[in-house]
Design a protein around this ligand. Structure first.
Ligand code: FES
Length: 106
């Protein structure tokens, strides 16, 4: 199991255990983390699973692919560390990953 931490917009921390191979979005939904809507169910087609990757984790998480980059244009308050959480797959190297939830989606 890999530990993930979500920081909600109001500062509340959610520490969860995630299975490798699942996505950061799926674990947010499973653990009722507020602020992740994931309307398209993880198909990279809605941008309502937008998160900010903590600065310490951007290298480990890596860059978005072209399709995700295009979709991020539809997200609210996009920053250099923005990612769509349905496109981040949980793996051992991400143990301890911290992501923050934006003020709103879309
Ligand atoms: S859940 Fe729709 S883009 Fe991530």
């Amino acid at each position: 199991m890999t530990k993930l931490t979500y920081i909600a917009f109001d500062g509340t921390r959610f520490d969860v255990e995630a299975e490798n191979g699942s996505t950061v979005m799926e674990n947010a939904i499973r653990n009722s983390v507020p602020g992740i809507e994931a309307e398209c169910g993880g198909a990279c087609a809605c941008a309502t699973c937008h998160v900010y990757v903590d600065d310490a984790w951007t290298d480990a998480v890596g860059e978005p692919e072209a399709m995700e980059e295009d979709m991020l244009d539809f997200a609210f308050d996009v920053r250099p560390t923005s990612r769509l959480s349905c496109q981040i797959r949980v793996r051992d190297e991400l143990d301890g990953l911290v992501v923050s939830i934006p003020e709103r989606q879309g």
